[in-house]
Design a protein around this ligand. Sequence first.
Ligand SMILES: [Fe+2]
Length: 179
Amino acid sequence: MAYMTTTGGQFSEDTAAINSYLENIDVYLAKWPIPESPEVSALLEKPSLDEPEKEALLKGFDEAFLRLQKEMNMKSRDLIVLHPGTPGLNELLDRFAPCHTHDDEEVRYIIDGEGEFGFVFPSGEQALLKVVQGDFIRIPKNTEHWFVLTQSRRIKAIRYFSDTSGWVPKYTASKVRIS
Ligand SMILES: [Fe+2]
């Protein structure tokens, strides 16, 4: 279950309550069921996947992509698979751990494992949102945020893009104050 803590001392694990809090910065969280298929389950259990396996797993989530193509004008998707054995994992994570923004929205569907998104509000307050399997999240462009893995250091997330050109972190001056 997703849960959120804030520098103001708030805590919630209710999707509706989290959304009403994150509404201020237009971040949207939803719970989407994982397709019940033996092939999807088998692929989700594997810590690392080769390219054909990634394609096969993405195919299992075609329904979500079709919906996003229609409703959010998403053009493409890919699958990020991270685990403790991922080469260069620390360097990769270091890119997204400081506060940053993007010129395009960040849209993710967590299909295995977990991670934490942090958000900086205009007031300076910060919130940390743990996302787990089945969590779909949309972070608007230019919204200050960061991302870290949890101790398990394992996640599979589908990334959806309406335009890949904006997909570079632009670092901001804010310091992460919650973990
Ligand atoms: Fe980001």
